[in-house]
Design a protein around this ligand. Structure first.
Ligand code: GDP
Length: 476
């Protein structure tokens, strides 16, 4: 979502770094470029202006304390990073648990913001941490909201308190109150209350949300907002803050290609932290919001911390241990291992999204956009069409076996050939790593066949001067 912003900021810093010694004028120019980029990304004007002023003043103060232009540029970059993190809310804040359980989280926001979807994501997140959440269906307005909550609750294995059918029937305040009482009686330590939104901010919405708030005195009211709605996100947030009040923000639909900057202004404008983000419809597409990681992404430094966490989640410890043991013992990396790695990688989620977390991803945008997700599925189907013996020893794969595998997986023989080539390259890389010569990436990571390879730059031939004296000088 912040690709354009990120690449503009990176290019502003690129020219600053090339400056040699940096002057006040250079700072003014860079500040103006960053200001323009932030405004184009839809970040609210007051937020942009405060931010730019801090950066400008701070950078001018820094200049005389540093000698080399490179150090100056780096110090200014760090200053921008710190200030950007600050706008995004400073440090991450976690949900405050109630002293006497259950902890009650109320979700509020407009219709379609993604509250019901988020309810399930939160429930799963806390369940995975050992909590015992229950969902309460207090959105009795939006058609099908109750049923949707029941379905997503079931998907994540979390009970749903839904005594009313919804679709306009039932008292949402009573459902919320009874839901919390029920949770208490059944010793659930966490209650997540889904409430109704409307299409726009109106009296009915505010009074219903306020009545629910008063009935259940939540420990946390989370305001859920669609990051794609531009400046309306800011206006809605301010209306909710004044009408109902909230403790934290959840940004949804960060996977969209809208500019999204408005949503980033919410923390600065409302003084409430962004606590979670949702970046897709799938349950797994959800994260804690870390201001410093977001700042890092916007500045083109990637988000390696999140990438590493996702890798850790996807690669289960048994598989990793098995691979490590093989590695240490010097055993061969087989197609079975290759398949396991591919499966783990597909568990990590959308490859394009993962790659965009790498530092410098802005510059690889085109390749990332061209990444072919279905390559993973195709590769899996080919390996799965092999016999166990073939997976253990790919050298068995002669022409007729390859033809059989191609037919079995619905692919061409040339696809099977390509996969075997890729696998042997991965195997070679594992061997090199073992001998300490190779790159330190897991072998599966080189399974990046959808990405066009960067064209190799041929070393330029030295010009040969026609002047014998010069030529002699060149040769020497
Ligand atoms: P509610 O009215 O606030 O309860 O909104 P829903 O949870 O029903 O979400 C509205 C629509 O947005 C649904 O189609 C969801 O699948 C979709 N949605 C929710 N979160 C996200 C997200 O992070 N990214 C995308 N692309 N879609 C989302």
């Amino acid at each position: 979502m912040f690709d354009a912003l990120s690449s503009k900021i990176s290019s502003a810093f690129g020219s600053l770094r090339n400056r040699g010694k940096i002057s006040v004028g250079d700072i003014e120019n860079t500040a103006a470029e960053i200001r323009q980029a932030l405004l184009e990304a839809d970040v609210a004007l007051v937020v942009v202006d405060q931010f730019i002023e801090k950066v400008r003043v701070g950078a001018i103060e820094l200049l005389p304390t540093l000698q080399s232009g490179v150090n100056q540029a780096q110090a200014i970059f760090e200053l921008v990073n710190t200030e950007l993190t600050e706008i995004l809310g400073g440090g991450a804040r976690r949900v405050r648990y109630a002293k006497n359980p259950p902890t009650v989280i109320m979700l509020a926001g407009l219709q379609g913001a993604g509250k019901t979807t988020l309810a399930a994501k939160l429930a799963k997140f806390y369940k995975d941490q050992g909590d015992t959440p229950i969902l309460v269906a207090s959105d009795l307005q939006r058609p099908n909201a109750v049923n949707q909550l029941q379905v997503v609750g079931q998907n994540v294995g979390v009970p749903v308190f839904a005594p009313e059918p919804g679709n306009g029937v039932g008292d949402p305040v009573k459902v919320a109150r009874d839901g919390v009482a029920f949770a208490k009686s059944k010793l659930h330590n966490l209650v997540i209350v889904d409430t109704a939104g409307r299409l726009g901010v109106d009296e009915d919405l505010m009074s219903e949300a306020s009545a629910i708030r008063d009935a259940i005195t939540p420990n946390e009211i989370l305001f859920v907002v669609d990051a794609m709605i531009g400046q309306d996100a800011v206006r809605t947030a301010e209306a909710f803050r004044d009408g109902v009040g909230f403790d934290g923000v959840v940004l949804t639909k960060l996977d969209g290609d809208a500019r999204g900057g408005a949503a980033l202004s919410i923390a600065a404008l409302t003084g409430r932290p962004i606590m979670f983000i949702s970046n897709g419809e799938k349950i797994s597409e959800f994260d804690i919001f870390y201001p410093e990681r977001m700042a890092s992404r916007i500045l083109g430094m990637g988000d390696v911390a999140t990438l590493a966490e996702q890798a850790k989640k996807a690669f289960d410890p048994d598989t990793s241990k098995k691979l490590e043991d093989k590695f240490i013992k010097g055993e061969d990396f087989t197609l079975d291992d290759f398949l396991e790695q591919i499966e783990a990688m597909s568990k990590m989620g959308n490859m394009g999204k993962l790659l965009s977390m790498l530092p410098g991803a802005g510059a690889m945008k085109k390749q990332i956009d061209n990444f072919d997700e279905s390559e993973i599925t195709r590769t899996k189907s080919i390996v799965q069409s092999m016999t166990p013996a073939e997976r253990r020893d790919h050298k068995l794969l002669n022409g007729s076996r390859r033809a059989r595998i191609a037919a079995g997986s619905g692919r061409q023989v040339s696809d099977v050939n390509k996969l075997v080539e890729k696998f042997t390259a991965a195997q070679k890389m594992m061997k090199q790593m073992r001998s300490g010569k190779g790159p330190a990436l897991p072998a599966g990571m080189d399974f990046n066949a959808g990405m066009p390879k960067p064209t190799q730059q041929q070393p330029k031939k030295k010009s040969r001067s026609g002047n014998p004296a010069k030529r002699a000088a060149e040769n020497s």
